[in-house]
Every structure is written in structure tokens, then in C-alpha cells.
Ligand binder design. Sequence first.
Ligand SMILES: [Zn+2]
Length: 336
Amino acid sequence: MTFPTSSPHQSIKTRFLIISDTHSAQLSLQENEPQASTPFPFRKSLPSADVLLHCGDLTRIGQLNEYRKTLDMLEDCDAELKLVIAGNHDISLEEYYQREGMRMHRHTFDPKMPKQAKEMWTGEEARKSGVTYLEEGSHTFILKSGAKLRIYVSPYQPEFCNWAFPYERGEDRFNPPEKVVSGATSIVKNPVPDFPQVDVMMTHGPPLGRLDKTFRDEEVGCEHLLRAARRCKPRLHCFGHIHEGWGAQRVSWNPSESLDQDWRKHVARAEPIAVDHSKMVGEIAMHVDISSSSAVKPLRFGKETLMVNASIMNLMYQPQQSPWVVDVDLCQADSD
Ligand SMILES: [Zn+2]
């Protein structure tokens, strides 16, 4: 009997550095002051990673000089792959700008700005910073390690105060038409794939009930996104948008098939990831290992998802919240 030299499903531990809602903040220069009292975990130099994820809100209001600051910040980060989506504040990266740009930008309104903004994020400047800007949908990348990353991304979130990338609460943007619950309207263009086709979901907005509480204690995430995440069961789902929701939790999905109308039952259990503040500030990130070599608890793919709200800005728009570093198993590229 002969044995293959490597398992066909060999997994490769891959490190993700996750940030969101930087709103053109620069990295603080308090490089060598990792004291627990230092309130700025968003400082030079962020930890190296295989993949950097930025979950949107690159700017405060979609001006070109703001995008440039964010690109400069990303250029300073050390990662083989830097994947970026827009958020509701990046108003010149959506058709929204032709509708509302005049109201939002007033004297700086320029109908050419969306083209220039897109060019900045997809052209030479982005390439120089090592950045890949992603549009809504599924994407696959092969890393130098041989790991295959399958990621679903979307910058859209439920309408709130007339910002960019909106949809109405009654509209389902994430599930295929045959899986839309009664009372909701399908507007899907790029449905979230079923399990096990996706390793990572990156959306600007949170799913309903998951790290989505505002300072008024209201859960404002998207119900349809929660249902899509449960159907998809990625290893990691990261987002931002609700600055006060910063944190992470390990979600165990309810295995029952017949819960589609009752979103509260989608999650059987949610375990918050405990935060050691002084360690986090010292390491310039909150670190979670969900790989198979985790000393704490490897993730059970298909049963659990690590949810991460990585908003760097706090409620007062100060960059005082920490990036996340998450170690995740990915499959080897040629294993299927
Ligand atoms: Zn934001």
C-alpha cells in the first residue's frame, strides 16, 4: 500500500490582520511606548500578517486626499495581500455620489471624483501600496504558502441617515431569491455562497445581533446578512460600521433547518473573546488563534464562525480601538 506524501486536505495556518472604520486615521507614532496606559493600540508598526483585511469606511466623506491618507497607512502595513472594501462613508466609490454628492460635498463636489477615486483604488497608486480593492461578490486568492483564500465581500448595509451603499431593511441583498423569507424583497446581485464555499466573509455592516449594538443599546445589524452567514458558515466573518460594537465572539450555529423566520434562534451560543487590554496594547493587536494548532480551541468549521468587529475609530471618531490578528486554517490550493 502507498500513501500520498501530503494529505489532500492539508491545511495551512494563515494570519489575518483585520481593521475597519479607520476613516483616514494615520498610525500613531508612539512606536516604543507599549504601556498599558497608552490609549492608542492603532500605532506603528501594526503586526505583520499574510492577509490584511480592511472592512470599509476608508474615509470620513470620500474625498481624494482622505483616500490617499488611507493608502499611505496601508502601504506602511506588512502583508502579502491587502484586501479592502468601501463603507457608507466612502461616498465617491458608489453611484450614490451622482445623486447625493452635491449635498454632501457642497463646494468640493466634482462629478469626475468617482472615476478618480476608483482609479486610485484599482490603479497604480493601489498597486504601489500592495492594495487590492474588492467589489461585492466572491473572490479567490492563492497565497505564496500555497493556501487558497475564498472570500465573500460586500460594502452594503441597511439604510441609515442617507449614506452610501444602502439598502432598505425589508430588502434581502445576500440570499438567493428562493431563500428570501416572507415579507422581504430580493434585491440580490451577488448572493453569499452556501457552506463550505467560503473561508472568510468581509462586510462593512454587522449581522443582526452580533457586535452590532449602538450606544443606545439597539441592535442595528442586518437580519438577512445573519441568515446568509448561517447558511455560509465561514471560518471568519469580519466587519465594522458600528464603532461601539468593537469585539469578537465565537458563534455556534443552530444546526436546525427550520428557523428561517426567527433570527434570534440562528445562533445557538456566542462566546465573547476575552480582551487582555495591556497585552493587546503591547502587541498592537488583539490576537485570536482558531487554527488547528490553537492552544485554546480550534474552530469547528461548518459549526462555528469567529465574528470580529474591527472598528478602529471609537464612537467619538478617535482611533483608540485595536486591530485584530486572527490565525485561521486555509486549505492548500490544489486540494480539490
Ligand atoms: Zn465608521
